[in-house]
Design a protein around this ligand. Structure first.
Ligand SMILES: Nc1ncnc2c1ncn2[C@@H]1O[C@H](COP(=O)(O)OP(=O)(O)OP(=O)(O)O)[C@@H](O)[C@H]1O
Length: 763
């Protein structure tokens, strides 16, 4: 209801004014502090030349830290100044009689005089009551256990530029007005925060146990990306002493997507989280880049199945090979290679100094295969060399002393027992010479025997090792290798590697070899969030877990959108079985992005393919027009129709618009036609492009994954969508990018498998 009509309007208006005045005051103080810290740093810098400058260093460090905190607090308060909170809860804890009136917002603010909360952070334990609880008895988790109490009031506010516009008491008026308003709004091609409207099922995922891996299967638009980002913000707030932001890593499909989500974390007051792709992370770990074949090339080739000139055997072999390379079975083959080279580098025989055994063969083997097995191979060899050298150093002193003493005894015996002066002299001189020679030889051997004993490992880089690995595996007798398909895969891989080309499917193996041969340096990441995880393979997840050395993974994805399923996951069970047996598995079936009409149509599309037992999405109650399917006689009239619609929907207030086609070639055809007409500006988006405001994005469907637009025009010029598994997934992804309007345009007929879709679902 309009705020002015609410009985508590005056109280609420005054509280808002009080809060904003207090924020002003804290910001002013913060500004003063900032100036003071800057001045202190300047002063300490000037004193750095003094003889005893350690105090100045300490001053600089302390003041820099204070300055950082003060600036951060200023930034956060200035962000919330116009809208300090979004709701209020009145709560009586079980153990107390007095109720607490808590205003919840993006950041917390306490009154300096008595530490009373003016604003409570949305991530604090008590705020859970707002997201989960209904009026009546409620409970929430805290670090000290579960707390119980009575929720008396749950009140939402619409505040704009510091003006209180609406007040809604939840459970008395309608429940979802704020959510409805937020979902009906237009998108400007950037994801936003949702702290005011987080739903109970989403809250559960955001706050799910950090110490267990979390796997979320969520339908398109269920908020997986949003949850991932809010979960990071929640952890950073809740476990500030355990993690700093730069110890979090988000793995996303591509740079375009990373840009799409780039504003959410800063909005939530979180900076410095590492955001990258699996491939870029791999280059960083390897310390070198090799030529990567466009990861989408195979998908585009596979899409041509059934066309003239496309060999079915090859399509099948490519798919099989990609699946195999992402599987634990491929890792086993690589382990065979690692074992093979390990055997080559375990020395034969004992390590001896003269006649003395320093280390037995069995002891050295034990160092290799047990004690230092945790180290990557090259590091292990260096470590064992150091261990042997240290051992040799201490043992050699005793051996040399013993040898010298032995000669001294013999010389003494000669002096005592040989009566003939000439013979005695000759024997003593011979023994002394021999002693000097033996001792000199021992000293020399001490310097070189470890080096000679440990045959050096050739300094091949990880790429060369991968080639050697594939060659080795091709030659072994292995039940898997005997199969013709593996032989084809190995040969094909070798041919490409020799041409210096790798595919995304090779990335897990390369990273695995890097980890086991050289190790990965400077990985300070402690927790990983993977979005669009359905495009990862089991092997990629295995290697990530090994490198990061943690179970703290949050994995989010949607198998129905698994357009790269030939090289990635088919079931979440595989992830639980092979990688994270302790994982907490949760599902989201409610879609927040699309209207009911679009979601129903998209559900009909995905049902045309194989569903792997996934549940279909339901939509939050929000209606819109039915998706429109239209035919045109040529591409010119098709683009004309789009232009006319764009003008109409712009007038309706929609901002972001995309034209989605099946392949990059189709996109280019549409782009050329738009250019000929010259009315609207368009951009064809690739993985590394940035979306531009007021510009229609023309996107191949595999790149549009994860993104969203107010209105989506799917077009088919020459590339049609048919009713098979991969096409239904692609079309599903394309349909579910739309928030409000969906159009499917085709040349002639047959662009879409609409004959298999209920006629009432589109117009
Ligand atoms: N609780 C919520 N309140 C308001 N908006 C929400 C909520 N949850 C999700 N949304 C909105 O729904 C849209 C879809 O969210 P998001 O992109 O995170 O979903 P997703 O599951 O990652 O989708 P996809 O798998 O299709 O890429 C976004 O616009 C997001 O802001």
């Amino acid at each position: 209801m309009a705020a002015t009509e609410h009985p508590d309007y005056e109280i609420e208006k005054n509280w808002l004014a009080y809060t904003r005045t207090y924020i002003d005051q804290v910001m002013r103080d913060s500004e003063k502090h900032t100036e003071k810290y800057k001045a202190n740093i300047k002063e300490a810098m000037a004193e750095l030349d003094d003889l005893d400058s350690s105090q100045s260093y300490i001053n600089i460090l302390t003041n820099t830290q204070f300055l950082h905190v003060s600036e951060q607090s200023f930034r956060q308060l200035s962000k919330v100044h116009d809208r300090p909170y979004f709701c209020r809860i009145d709560f009586i804890p079980e153990s107390e009689n007095q109720f607490q009136k808590l205003y919840i917002g993006k950041t917390s603010l306490f009154r300096l005089e008595d530490f009373a909360p003016i604003i409570v952070d949305w991530r604090s334990p008590i705020a859970s009551v707002y997201y989960d609880g209904r009026i009546g008895s409620v409970s929430y988790e805290t670090p000290h256990g579960e707390m119980h109490g009575e929720l008396l009031l749950k009140r939402q506010y619409t505040i704009e530029k510091g003006v209180l516009l609406e007040i809604r008491d939840i459970d008395i008026t309608t429940r979802d007005e704020l959510l409805q308003a937020s979902l009906s709004a237009s998108s400007d091609s950037r994801l936003t925060d949702i702290i005011a409207t987080i739903q109970a099922e989403q809250n559960k995922m955001i706050r799910a146990d950090i110490d267990r891996p979390l796997i979320v299967q969520g339908v398109a638009g269920s908020g997986k990306t949003t949850i991932a980002l809010h979960r990071i913000a929640y952890f950073i707030y809740t476990y500030a002493e355990r993690f700093s932001p730069n110890e979090f890593m988000i793995l996303a499909p591509n740079k375009l997507f990373l840009r799409f989500i780039s504003e959410v974390l800063p909005e939530l007051g979180v900076e410095d989280v590492k955001q990258t792709t699996f491939i870029d992370f791999m280059w960083e770990c390897i310390g070198k880049k090799y030529k990567l074949i466009d990861p989408n090339e195979k998908l585009l080739y596979l899409l041509q199945e059934g066309r003239q000139g496309v060999e079915l055997d090859k399509v099948w072999a490519l798919q099989w090979s990609a699946t195999f390379k992402g599987s634990p079975a491929f890792r086993e083959l690589i382990d065979d290679y690692l074992q093979h080279i390990e055997q080559q580098f375990i020395p034969n025989g004992n390590l001896r100094l003269g006649q003395y055994v320093i280390y037995t063969e069995a002891e050295v083997k034990d160092l290799f295969v047990h004690q230092y097995q945790y180290l990557p191979m090259y590091q292990r060899i260096e470590k064992i060399k150091r261990v042997l050298s240290a051992h040799l150093k201490s043992k050699s002193k005793i051996i040399i002393r013993k040898t010298a003493k032995n000669y001294e005894d013999q010389i003494e015996d000669a002096l005592d027992q040989i009566m003939d002066p000439k013979e005695r002299h000759e024997t003593v001189v011979r023994l002394m010479d021999e002693r000097d020679e033996v001792l000199a030889d021992l000293q020399l051997q001490v310097k070189v025997i470890v080096k000679k004993y440990m045959v050096g490992m050739p300094k091949l880089d990880v790429y060369r090792h991968y080639i050697e690995c594939i060659r080795y595996v091709s030659g072994i007798e292995h039940k898997e290798v005997e199969r013709g398909s593996i032989r084809w895969m190995l040969q094909d891989t070798l041919q490409r590697l020799e041409k210096k080309q790798i595919e995304i499917e090779d990335s897990a193996a390369l990273l695995y070899l890097q980890q086991h041969l050289y190790g990965v340096k400077h990985v300070h990441i402690k927790t990983v969030v993977i979005d669009e995880a359905q495009d990862f393979s089991i092997f990629q997840l295995i290697v990530l877990k090994e490198i990061i050395h943690t179970e703290l993974f949050t994995i989010l994805g949607d198998l129905s959108q698994g357009i790269h399923s030939y090289r990635s996951l088919h079931h979440w069970d595989e992830v639980i079985k092979y990688v994270f047996p302790r994982a907490n598995y949760l599902q989201l079936e409610q879609s927040y992005r699309t209207t009911i009409e679009i979601m129903h149509f998209a559900n009909a599309v995905i049902s045309l393919g194989r569903l792997h037992g996934q549940a279909l999405a339901t939509s939050v109650v929000r209606h819109g027009p039915l998706p429109e399917v239209q035919s045109c006689v040529d591409i010119r009239s098709l683009v004309h129709m789009i232009q006319d619609e764009v003008v109409r929907i712009h007038e309706e207030g929609m901002k972001s618009i995309a034209v989605i086609a099946k392949t990059p070639d189709e996109c280019q055809k549409v782009k050329r036609e738009f250019e000929c007409m010259g009315n609207l500006s368009t951009i064809v988006l690739g993985e590394d492009e940035a979306m531009q405001p007021n510009c229609i994005a023309i996107v191949p469907v595999h790149i549009a994954k994860g993104l969203e637009f107010d209105a989506v025009f799917i077009v088919t010029v020459d590339e049609q969508f048919v009713a098979n598994d991969i096409d239904s997934k692609l079309l599903y992804v394309a349909c579910t990018r739309a928030l409000h309007r969906l159009f499917l345009f085709q040349l002639g007929s047959g662009g879409y498998p609409t004959e298999d879709i209920d006629r009432s679902l589109y117009q």
